[in-house]
Ligand binder design. Structure first.
Ligand SMILES: NC(=O)c1ccc[n+]([C@@H]2O[C@H](COP(=O)([O-])OP(=O)(O)OC[C@H]3O[C@@H](n4cnc5c(N)ncnc54)[C@H](O)[C@@H]3O)[C@@H](O)[C@H]2O)c1
Length: 351
């Protein structure tokens, strides 16, 4: 039986990790913690009536029975809570992005090593079946040489929680790039087989909600965190750029909001023997360059949150790192930082 604590009882906890963890045998959630007491109490009532609802995570960290914690708080809080938990001798599952900067992400990786604890990051899409199959096909040479990847993570007028922590750089670390791009670039580097960065060039824009009160939208998810009267919006709602790696080059466009009324969420892998379009959170279509035939995958898509939670627990059991271990995710954190630096400095960043 593994005794764990959940820190942060917001959307990702309620929609993904509580439902996943309560389905996994051998897990005892001893504490549910949120700085907002009602949220901790509500999570306890809804998912784990036997747990203790707390508002100070240090209570869980001081309990020797607790072996691992899930850090499911806003981005800015990932660093402090994770560092405190590692120093208290706990294994940590931390939601994506690792944190708000590459420098702090590296410090978290170092601390995990120093303490000899597992620190996994919630890059859940690595546990999608279609992603796993595509990654295997790349390794088997079905694409030949992948020379270019194109990423599109664009949606129509859907900035989250305008004015709240999502659109406040000091709390989120950025906008559409760090929130959605983090998943796409993680997948690209992962599927390419650990590509190393050579240079990046990027432009970030914050154009669609300069006047927050008059911003029109079709979807404002995380609306409960919005504050258009008194809040802040200083993050990217559109981003574009070009990346050189030791493997493929990568171009991309991302938009939380744009005046094109169509969501386009996919990654194209262009190889000299084959190519594929991976639809985000879905299936892929593969084109074989020799036969000119194509097929669309029909994989069962298991619950990726449950898969990543199970993999983390298995690591603790076996002592073997899973693909979501922080060291395997650091290069994409380096990429996000470099893209923001390139845009701010208005120049290409070389490595
Ligand atoms: N993997 C994914 O696909 C995915 C999807 C959504 C969100 N996320 C990530 O999950 C994290 C949380 O996002 P969310 O949408 O659930 O946010 P949220 O605001 O709904 O929930 C975060 C919760 O953390 C609590 N909190 C803040 N500081 C705390 C502290 N010091 N101690 C205890 N609780 C604290 C807040 O009160 C809030 O209830 C973010 O990092 C986000 O990027 C990942």
């Amino acid at each position: 039986m593994r005794t764990i604590a959940i820190i942060g009882c917001g959307r990702i906890a309620n929609n993904a990790h509580f439902p996943a963890l309560t389905k996994i045998d051998g897990v005892r959630i001893k504490y549910v913690c949120d700085i907002i007491e009602e949220k901790a109490v509500k999570a306890k009532e809804e998912f784990v009536s036997y747990a203790q609802a707390i508002t100070d995570y240090n209570i869980a960290l001081a309990d020797p029975e607790v072996e691992a914690v899930w850090v499911l708080t806003p981005n800015y809080a990932h660093y402090t809570i994770t560092m405190d938990a590692l120093k208290a001798g706990k294994h940590v599952f931390c939601e994506k992005p690792i944190t708000v900067s590459y420098e702090l992400s590296c410090a978290m990786a170092e601390e995990a090593k120093k303490q000899g604890k597992f620190l996994n990051i919630g890059v859940c899409n690595r546990h999608q079946r279609s992603v796993e199959v595509l990654e295997q096909m790349v390794r088997e040479g079905k694409f030949g040489n992948i020379y270019h990847v194109y990423c599109s993570f664009r949606d129509f007028r859907s900035i989250p929680g305008l004015g709240g922590d999502f659109t406040t750089k000091a709390q989120s670390g950025g906008g559409v790039l760090i929130d959605w791009g983090v998943h796409f670039f993680d997948l690209v580097l992962y599927i390419l087989g650990g590509a190393k960065l050579k240079s990046v060039s990027c432009n970030a824009y914050s154009e669609m909600a300069k006047d927050m009160k008059s911003y029109k939208y079709v979807n404002m998810w995380a609306e409960d965190t919005a504050d258009v009267e008194h809040g802040t919006n200083d993050v990217d709602d559109y981003i574009t750029g070009y990346i050189r790696t030791d493997k493929a080059s990568i171009s991309f466009n991302g938009a939380w909001a744009q005046n094109i009324g169509k969501a386009e969420m996919y990654i194209d892998f262009l190889g000299d023997k084959g190519g594929a379009r991976l639809n985000y959170l879905g299936q892929f279509t593969y084109w074989d360059g020799a036969t000119l035939q194509s097929y669309t995958s029909e994989h069962e898509l298991p619950n990726m949150y449950q898969e990543e939670d199970e993999a983390f627990l298995k690591s603790i059991e076996s002592g073997v790192k899973d693909k979501n271990y922080i060291d395997y995710v650091l290069e994409s954190a380096r990429l996000l930082q470099a893209l923001y630096d390139s845009s701010e400095q208005n120049k290409e960043i070389q490595f």
